[in-house]
Design a protein around this ligand. Structure first.
Ligand SMILES: NC(=O)c1ccc[n+]([C@@H]2O[C@H](COP(=O)([O-])OP(=O)(O)OC[C@H]3O[C@@H](n4cnc5c(N)ncnc54)[C@H](O)[C@@H]3O)[C@@H](O)[C@H]2O)c1
Ligand SMILES: O=C(O)C(=O)C[C@]1(C(=O)O)C=C[C@@H](O)C=C1
Length: 300
């Protein structure tokens, strides 16, 4: 997309304008080269009212089918477990040649649930995307226009998706400041299991473990928590519905990473027990090196 006298999309519809959806809308409002008309639709009346109040969409709709009818692109931004259900509401009314996308954190099960719909509506191009950006906050107030700046957005289009649709979704994410990479759904889910889903599992667990300790210790945890524990509590504050859906939908890859982690943690435990300084120091050095490379890649 180089002709920027014409917006990338005429009508772009966001279903589920929470953290991610409202960030897309805000960016679209700031940069009208993205879409001439921005439409928001949400199942929650409170969210719809708030989106209208914030003025981050040109139109707010209650019914997904009404919202999607004139769309050139619909992006589903709801929890993973509801994505295919929303797709089933919008696909029957979408225009021939329109693009359907979603931003779910898990791809294999979503693609499986989408198969019957993709077979029934072959004229709609499906381009799943996953912005590797977020915060622990949810809802339309949590979004911001620069959320995707310098972050990766992973695309997992099915094999027969028309190339121009992939090019347009790539252009969309680039206009929102992201870097884009295409990969298979299986690879996506394994990568996200280690870089995102396991860290959240550990964060929820360590907070629970601390909370299970005696009352006195627990209050000390809260009173004296230095940044180590505090950093875990930030991601442990994330939305329960979103993370329940992620864990249950990426079950296999996540459990595999958890097994590896447990084995590695046990090795570290053994090194501490036996005073094996080399193992301890080399683990710490690897951690430091990974942090350095994240900083160099502007991802930290
Ligand atoms: N939060 C993150 O850090 C992050 C990052 C990347 C991707 N994601 C993925 O993006 C999606 C949205 O996450 P979020 O953090 O923006 O969530 P959110 O809770 O902030 O927003 C989700 C919105 O979807 C609405 N919704 C739920 N079910 C619906 C339905 N059936 N029809 C219409 N609207 C419905 C909710 O009312 C809410 O407004 C999830 O699939 C999540 O896995 C999240
Ligand atoms: O930064 C955070 O708080 C996030 O949890 C964002 C985060 C992540 O784990 O990196 C969470 C889930 C997404 O699918 C992508 C990004």
């Amino acid at each position: 997309m180089t002709d920027q006298t014409v917006p990338l999309f005429d009508t772009l519809v966001i279903i589920g304008p929470g953290l991610i959806g409202s960030s897309i809308l805000r960016r679209g409002m700031d940069d009208r080269r993205i879409a001439r008309r921005l439409v928001a639709c949400d199942i929650s009346p409170e969210v719809r009212a708030r989106v209208a109040e914030l003025g981050i969409a040109d139109v707010v709709e209650t019914d997904p089918a009404t919202a999607a009818r004139d769309a050139d692109c619909v992006i589903i931004c709801v929890p993973v477990g509801a994505i295919a259900m929303v797709a089933a509401q919008v696909m029957p009314v979408m225009k021939k040649g329109a693009i359907l996308s979603e931003v779910g954190s898990v791809k294999v099960t979503v693609m499986e649930a989408m198969q019957p719909l993709l077979a029934r509506y072959p004229d709609i191009a499906f381009v799943p995307a996953h912005p590797m950006a977020g915060t622990e906050f949810s809802g339309p107030d949590a979004g911001f226009a620069t959320l995707f700046e310098d972050r990766w957005c992973l695309l997992t289009p099915p094999e027969h998706t028309p190339e121009p649709a992939i090019t347009r979704i790539t252009a969309l994410w680039k206009m929102m400041g992201a870097r884009v990479r295409c990969m298979s759904v299986d690879h996506h889910d394994r990568v996200c299991a280690i870089v995102s889903h396991l860290p959240h599992l550990l964060a929820f667990t360590i907070c629970g473990t601390a909370d299970d300790l005696a009352d006195e210790t627990r209050s000390e945890v809260l009173d004296f928590a230095a940044s180590g524990f505090r950093d875990f509590t930030r991601i442990a504050a994330s939305d329960p519905t979103m993370w329940r859906d992620i864990f249950l939908n990426n079950r296999e890859a996540l459990l595999d990473m958890l097994d590896r982690f447990i084995a590695d943690a046990q090795e570290m435990g053994n090194a501490i027990r036996t005073g094996n300084e080399d193992v301890i120091v080399s683990r710490i050095q690897r951690g430091r090196a990974i942090r350095r490379s994240l900083i160099e890649n502007r991802q930290a």
